[in-house]
Design a protein around this ligand. Structure first.
Ligand code: PYC
Length: 311
């Protein structure tokens, strides 16, 4: 009736990551995308129990540590959130690396990690920063205009950075924390319009505006699939942005792009061309994370909210 689950919490630029280090479901072996599908099919209530209220909140991203299939990897990881599963997660990977170091499982240096969308390499630097060599990114479509309910036409790019993003520059919105409710409503409407009219898979909407911290090139607001906004600049979102900048010739290979989040935290992004003609890049995202809790969660079947409050 009672199950104990060990988790370690961290935050990356303000965005929380909860790594499940023991007590998670046994997903067997095999490719991580298949194990993620099994997680979803057979153990989805575990996902909800770990990240949703009353133990978590809409903003928590979970990371289930699993044995990698490729033994050159330090770990396998499946990221999840309040409503489902993420292909990759940049802030979560930075949080995971700092968590593995906190556990004494890794030292400074390069570490390969298996995810459902491919292998990524993360470098833990001696100063505590983490650089993630993300999966390849590209812009799928440029300047897609959708008709948004209650707003009118909105134009953005669709790009892959480990998740699918709709990236909007011209939105007329005030990108400030005081305006989060309005931004949330705006992005949700945009997402619905994009998925209804243009591309049935976009899971994140990303708005860009002028930076406010020294050195940053841009500030963003990123809405995640469960409607929460990313407190960090979003690793996969910054990767998608790099793909668009590269495609437009607005950023040189290896040049730094400092992306500021809606709360003023930053990631530094860089890219290398993988295939210039096809617009494919290898993005690298650098940021910092801090461990802030080691927790034993108790899942008591007698508790009516044992498996989380699901919306
Ligand atoms: O950093 O890639 C990211 C991310 C995705 C969703 C929340 N954070």
């Amino acid at each position: 009736m009672i199950r104990k689950v060990s988790v370690i919490d961290s935050h990356t630029g303000g965005e929380p990551t909860r790594v499940v280090i023991a007590g998670g479901p046994d997903l067997g072996t095999g490719p991580l995308d298949k194990r993620r599908d099994r997680f979803q099919r057979e153990f989805d209530r575990f996902r909800s129990a770990i990240v949703n209220e009353p133990r978590g909140s809409d903003v928590v991203v979970g990371a289930l540590l699993v044995e990698p299939e490729d033994k050159s990897c330090a770990a396998g990881v499946i990221f999840f959130n309040n409503v489902g599963y993420l292909g990759m997660c940049g802030h979560g990977t930075i949080g995971l690396i700092v968590t593995l170091a906190h556990m004494g499982r890794i030292q400074s240096g390069e570490h390969r990690l298996e995810t459902p969308v491919g292998i990524v390499t993360a470098t833990l630097h001696p100063n505590g920063e983490v650089s993630v060599d993300n999966v390849p990114g590209w812009r799928e479509r440029k300047a897609v205009t959708v008709d948004v309910d209650g707003i009118g036409p909105v134009t953005g790019d669709i790009a892959w950075g480990g998740n699918w993003f709709f990236l909007v520059e011209e939105h007329g919105q005030d990108l400030s924390l005081a305006n989060v409710e309005k931004l949330t409503d705006y992005c949700w409407r945009v997402r619905q319009a994009v998925n209804a009219q243009a591309f049935p898979e976009v899971d994140h909407v990303e708005l860009f505006g002028p930076p406010t911290v020294p050195g940053a090139r841009s500030r963003n607001f990123v809405q995640c699939p469960g409607k929460a906004y990313d407190r960090s600049p979003c690793g996969t979102g910054t990767s998608a942005k790099l793909a668009c900048l590269a495609a437009d010739g607005k950023l040189e290979e290896n040049a730094p792009w400092i992306q500021e989040s809606i709360i003023g935290s930053t990631f530094t992004g860089r890219f290398r061309w993988l295939d210039r003609a096809a617009g494919k890049i290898a993005p690298t995202i650098t940021g910092t994370a801090f461990v802030n809790a080691e927790i034993t969660q108790i899942l008591d079947e007698r508790d009516p909210f044992c498996w989380g409050i699901r919306s």
